[in-house]
Each structure stands twice: as structure tokens, then as C-alpha cells.
Design a protein around this ligand. Sequence first.
Ligand code: PLP
Ligand code: COI
Length: 341
Amino acid sequence: MAKNIDWKNLPFGYLKTDYNVRCYNRNGQWGELEISSSEYIDIHMAATALHYGQEAFEGLKAFMGKDGKVRIFRWEENAKRMINSAKGIMMAEIAMDIFKKACFKAIELNKEYIPPYGSGASLYIRPMLVGSGPQVGVRPATEYLFLVFVTPVGPYFKEGFKPVTMLLTREFDRAAPLGTGNIKVGGNYAASLRAQEKAHEHGCANAIFLDAKEKKYIDECGPANFFAIKNNTYITPESKSILPSITNMCLFDLAKSEGMKVERRNIPVEELSTFEEAGACGTAAVISPIGKIVDSMMGQTYVYSKDGNPGPISTKLYEKLLGIQTGDIPDTFGWTEIVEI
Ligand code: PLP
Ligand code: COI
């Protein structure tokens, strides 16, 4: 471990690493992977990413195991989702093998930045796809840049695996049902910033969005999906405007394998008062247990943790997920792949 990094206290932030990996698509053809040690990209001032939001990204993680092996988690799902994002905003689709090679290469080249086993940190992998070619009329670019950088990260919410308070926002939507909410494009995140800021003003970690059409159902939770537990059932929203979370898919399967019932369906706001546990889940958030949801406009607060601790089912799911990711628990699902470093 050559790097002098305080692994245990890493925030979820950008820390410079040594290399990133790039590949260009020009006139419909992907070129060769290039390794760069620059943190900057030289981009045309009329690039469609800058003007018309032709930009998508992914987020996945690699973990150092007790056995000294590095495991990358479900990269195929992230690659497929990036292909969907590209289709959604008419960008060149990344090839699965280029996505894989670039992620594995970026990990290998920056192996000294993989946080040690037991530190609670992991290596976050950030693939991005941007329209780099110029257009002034609103049209797709003819050149695209695919780039993968990595950075070691700690927990997304500073509380880590401790309950957070969320603000139910009725003032803002992040995405429309037939819009881009179900793909991972940068514009969705710009659209979520005001709600997040409002949540912070209320002392909350982030905002929970309602469905944009009827304002009746829970959509998602900042950069994470929402889930709740009651009567031994794992419940998560069905919605056209939320990102299909890979972590949520895992928890759904883990809950099933634990003998729980699972439901993907509309969750009306009134049902919030009936849940035993609630949480936000995502690659960055892992599981962030929700201790409280504040609906300030309606003068309502829903409480899921009275003692400041996560609930027993969220805890079990969290431990299982992390156990598989680090290799402590056998991966019977085939979610992890060893990266040779
Ligand atoms: N929802 C949004 C808006 C996100 O940005 C993310 C993060 O990727 C998620 C949900 C969780 O998805 P995943 O579990 O695939 O990281
Ligand atoms: C992730 O969980 O990987 C995300 O992409 C969330 C990010 C917006 C911080």
C-alpha cells in the first residue's frame, strides 16, 4: 500500500489517481483504448455534451477482499445500463467488451488506490460517455468520448450505515414519466440539485421525490432508490421515472433468498406511516437507512428509527451485500468478478 491515505476517513469525493482510460467513437467506429495520466479532457467548445446534455455516466465499485483478491461488482449491469442511456439520448453505444476492458484496466493501473479490506472504503469506478463532437443545431454528435476514471471513496452520506433524515419534496421533480429519469444522464442530476439544497436547508441528507404526474407515489431518493420493509416484505417503487438501481435488484434478490416476500409496486405517500424500516440504496449509498422522513409541507414526520440504529432487516441485507462484495460471503449469485492486478 504505497499511498499515504487515511482510508478509514475517506469521504465520497474525488481523489486524484494516476491513470484513466479513454476511447473515442468517430463516425460510428470505436477506436483503441488509450491510457492517460491527465485529469483533463480537451473538448470542442461546441461539443453536444456541453450544450445539449449528451452525457451519461455510470458508477460501480471494486473491493479488496480479506484474501487479497480484488472483486468488481456487476459490471455487466452497468454496461447494459450505459447502453440504454446512450440509446435514450442518441449517443454511440459503448461495446460491452470496451466497457469491461476500460474498467479492469483503470483498476489495474491504479491498484495502489484500492482501499484495504476492512477500511469501509472501496474503489469507485466512474465510466462516462460524452458527445464530444461539435453541433450548433440540436442534433446528436458524430464523435463520442468514453472515459473511465477511478477514485477511492468512503460512504456517500457522511453518517455511513446510520439512519439519515430525508425531506419529502413536493416542490421539485427530477424527471418526467416519459422523460429521462430511467437512464443515467447528467441532466437528471442538475435537475435534482435544488431539491437537494432544500433538503440540506431542512437539515436532511437528501430529498425524496414523488412521481411527477400525480404526486401521489414515492419515486426515488436523491441518487438512490427507495425501499421499505413491513410484514417481512421488501417493497420498492415501480416507476417509469426512476433509475433501475443495480443495488436495489441485489437487495430484492437477497430479500427473496432470505425467505422474505418482495414487491415492486406503487408506494402511496399514505403508506409511509405503515413501514417498519425504510432505506435508500445505490452503489454510492450502499444502504442508507432512513430514520425519518419529513413532509414539511404537510406537517408530517414519519419515524423509522427511534434509537438512532438501523433496523434488523436493513442490517441483515447490508451485511449480506457487503459480505458478497468483499468476498467474505460466497457469491452464489455470480455478481462479482476477480480483477487480476
Ligand atoms: N437512483 C439514482 C438517481 C442514482 O443516481 C443511482 C446511482 O447510481 C441509483 C438510483 C442507484 O443505482 P445503482 O444501485 O445502480 O448504483
Ligand atoms: C452511484 O451510486 O454510483 C451514483 O451514481 C450516485 C452518484 C450520483 C453520486
